[in-house]
Design a protein around this ligand. Sequence first.
Ligand SMILES: Nc1ncnc2c1ncn2[C@@H]1O[C@H](COP(=O)(O)OP(=O)(O)OP(=O)(O)O)[C@@H](O)[C@H]1O
Ligand SMILES: Cc1ncc(CO)c(N)n1
Length: 268
Amino acid sequence: MTIPKAMTIAGSDSGGGAGIQADLKTFQELGVFGTSAITAITAQNTLGVQGVYPLPLEAIGQQIDSVLSDIGTDAVKTGMLFSANIISLVADKLNRYGPYPLVLDPVMIAKGGAALLQQEAVEALRRELLPIATVLTPNVPEACAILGSQEIGSVEQMIEAAKRLHELGPRYVFLKGGHLDGEEAVDVLYDGSEAILYRSPRIRTKHTHGTGCTTASAIAAGLAKGLAVTDAVSEAKRFITAAIASGLEIGKGIGPTHHAALRLSSAK
Ligand SMILES: Nc1ncnc2c1ncn2[C@@H]1O[C@H](COP(=O)(O)OP(=O)(O)OP(=O)(O)O)[C@@H](O)[C@H]1O
Ligand SMILES: Cc1ncc(CO)c(N)n1
């Protein structure tokens, strides 16, 4: 049996809601075989990040070699990369084994405020990974950090920012509007000529841990299946909206999005 394959290169979230764990669950839900290279281990739960432990470069490189020299992949998603050295290593490996459809989620800061990317690594991200990305998926604060300060408070300003981000090299920019206010959660996809808006009702919940990782890996799953970027993004938007609607009240803080609502209701 052949099955589409996607690889995530990201950090581990012990709390299970974001990072590698969210990515692999999303791949599985969407019918894609998932592989991984872990860049850093975080001690994390619904209350925040208690510890960050980047892995040695050798360990990260070896995981990527093991997967790509044997199993291969139809798409890659990157998440938490933590340092400029890890970014350079990942760019080197993807250039050597690829090119692959690449969903680049420029993870910088966890919801509780912990740094998942060192500040001085933003330049490496811009220089080495943005130019080889198929889809760049920043949230509003990440877009501001990559652009070096820009006011983004409206959909019009999101479109302007997406255009400037596109000039840095990615084929598509998918700028997510989860951090803005309003009755709808509006995201912008820009391909260099046209801005497409993806809208959903804004769900009133605090349980949104892992929304970014889940969205980016759902897009990667679509690309692995051979979908056009616009279709992969539509599917991902539907998937994340359902996952937020069935977010879990577990732990004492911000609970995770949940991807298997149908199975859950038929269990017990
Ligand atoms: N309350 C909500 N209701 C509906 N959709 C939402 C809500 N919050 C976020 N989204 C959607 O979820 C997706 C992820 O967006 P968001 O801006 O939250 O990502 P993120 O900030 O990168 O996530 P994370 O904090 O996990 O890194 C987008 O499609 C966004 O529109
Ligand atoms: C490991 C990891 N990656 C990404 C995020 C962003 O949500 C997180 N909180 N933890």
